[in-house]
Design a protein around this ligand. Structure first.
Ligand code: NAP
Length: 479
């Protein structure tokens, strides 16, 4: 903690906010203030934008191999410092250390993956149908980018954007969430150490998101917005991006269905549910939000899931043996409490959990609700907490219709031992990703993203770099 930067990172230098403002970073396990970091305003945002704009031309000309090796070095530094980064993340975000270590590895992998992609940006040469004209196709970096990240995966949401931007030759202004600025500042320090030139990455930590971001989006110098966060904020930023026709990638909210058919292997289904629900204390866009379980196995599934959930140890993420850390803040916990109260009022049975513990910190127990009414608010709200809501269904068509009956379409989980059914159901689900007999889909080598109001574009995989590249076509007549 002592070495973690707390200032803004602009043009390769650590600086205070122009007006000297700072903001507190809290430990969600105790409610105590961990430290203060610089709180940027619009003046700082303009300086960061200027640094990114100035650095763009040289950075675009930098050899792909050089960009690749910077990412590779940063990957190695992150891995060497896994423990340090995991402690930092746990202190500002709350997740248990084991999960934080897992996120460090996941985050680092985006740098390794995109270090490999940086040297594979291809183009093309073709003879056009008239036989005379040639087409030379090259791919250019889109230009200076604004990256906005949420608090739930403080390191990985940053590397998932920075990795492809660096690989493509784009410069950046990164605005992390105010709850978790320290992981992003630590990342900036690592990239500098790895040799990233000044101005390529700039980090503005702020409690004044609108004041900092809106002028950049409307100003015409930022050419790309890559946003991860809620659908409501994504919609606002899309509107702001329209004025200067800023290219956008949007990784937004989810409302994942988790479907257990009567022919599912219940061991796999319960294991999958534990991951899909409890990864990150349920504070994940991929978290299973609605468990649809076939009526014939619903009771057994509910009982086994409640047993597993009830055995989890809740406590500060830094303590040995803890499985479930605190939620991010009091507001996040109050939302979970309200959703559970609403479901119970509408007749849901609490199989385990459901009661907020006394004492400091934003803890909430792993909770399983059975017989949830389809009109409950948690059916169309991201719970973002450790609450599994179980509904029953009778046939395949019905469950597909209900699973798709939502404006979101990020991910769905399907548990069945029948290959035909697995493929049939996966193809009919309106989602960008499907976990088939697994509760985990995230992988840097796979294209992550959703359909409908869950977003636009993909992060990771072979296509992740495309979001940061434009085509340029050169027409060459041959006489
Ligand atoms: P959020 O409230 O939308 O905030 C996300 C980021 O946007 C934060 O940095 C936030 O800063 C910033 N922001 C808010 N208003 C802004 C504005 N007017 N201008 C510029 N920036 C603004 O979401 P969250 O609560 O942090 O994260 C949870 C949400 O993220 C969930 O909906 C989850 O599903 C989604 N998520 C999606 C993915 C995915 O890949 N699809 C991954 C992770 C999370 P402030 O907090 O200062 O407003």
């Amino acid at each position: 903690m002592t070495d973690t930067p707390t200032q803004l990172f602009i043009g390769g230098a650590w600086v205070d906010a122009a007006d000297g403002a700072t903001m507190a970073v809290d430990d969600p396990a105790t409610g105590e203030v961990l430290c203060h970091v610089a709180d940027a305003g619009s003046k700082d945002a303009k300086l960061a934008e200027e640094a990114a704009v100035q650095a763009q031309a040289d950075w675009a000309r930098t050899a792909p191999r050089v960009r690749s090796e910077i990412l590779r070095r940063a990957y190695e530094i992150i891995i060497e410092r896994t423990d340090e980064l995991a402690h930092l993340m746990t202190s500002e975000m709350g997740k248990p250390l084991a999960e934080a270590r897992g996120e460090v590895a996941y985050a680092a992998e985006f740098f390794r993956w995109f270090s490999e992609e940086a040297v594979r940006i291809d183009g093309g040469l073709a003879t056009l149908p008239d036989g005379r004209n040639r087409m030379l196709l090259s791919r250019r970096p889109v230009g200076p980018c604004l990256l906005i990240t949420p608090w739930n995966f403080p390191l990985a949401m940053g590397t998932r954007k920075i990795g492809p931007a660096v690989a493509a030759g784009c410069t950046m202004v990164l605005k992390p969430a105010p709850q978790t600025p320290l992981s992003s500042l630590a990342l900036a320090a690592i990239l500098k150490e790895a040799g990233l030139p000044d101005g390529v990455l700039n980090v503005v930590t702020t409690s004044r998101a609108g004041e900092v971001c809106e002028p950049l989006l409307r100003g015409g110098r930022i050419r790309k917005l890559s946003f991860t966060g809620s659908t409501a904020v994504g919609q606002l930023l899309l509107a702001q991006s329209a004025e200067a026709v800023v290219r956008t990638s949007m990784e937004l909210g989810g409302n994942a269905p988790f479907i257990v058919f009567e022919d599912a292997d219940l061991d796999k289904a319960v294991d999958g549910a534990m991951v899909a629900k409890m990864r990150n204390m349920g504070e994940a866009c991929t978290a299973a939000n609605r468990f649809f379980v076939h009526r014939s196995v619903a009771e057994e599934f509910g009982r086994r899931l409640a047993e597993r959930m009830g055995a989890l140890v809740v406590g500060p993420g830094t303590r040995d043996g803890v499985d479930v850390g605190p939620l991010i803040d009091r507001r996040g916990r109050a939302k979970v409490e309200e959703l559970v109260a609403d479901a119970v009022e509408r007749g849901a049975q609490v199989l385990v959990g459901g009661r907020t513990p006394e004492g400091p910190g934003c803890f909430y127990p792993p909770t399983v609700l059975a017989d949830v009414d389809a009109g409950s608010r948690l059916m169309d709200t991201e719970i973002f907490g450790p609450v599994a809501a179980i509904l029953t269904f009778d046939d395949e068509d019905e469950v597909i219709r209900r699973a798709n009956d939502t404006p979101w379409g990020l991910v769905g989980y399907v548990f069945t031992e029948g290959l035909d059914r697995a493929l049939r159901v996966s193809e009919r689900l309106e989602v960008g990703m499907v976990g088939l007999n697994t509760g985990l889909v995230s992988n840097p080598a796979a294209p992550f993203g959703g359909v409908k109001q869950s977003g636009l574009g993909r992060e990771g995989g072979r296509v992740g770099i495309d979001e940061f590249l434009e085509y340029q076509y050169l027409a060459v007549p041959v006489r």
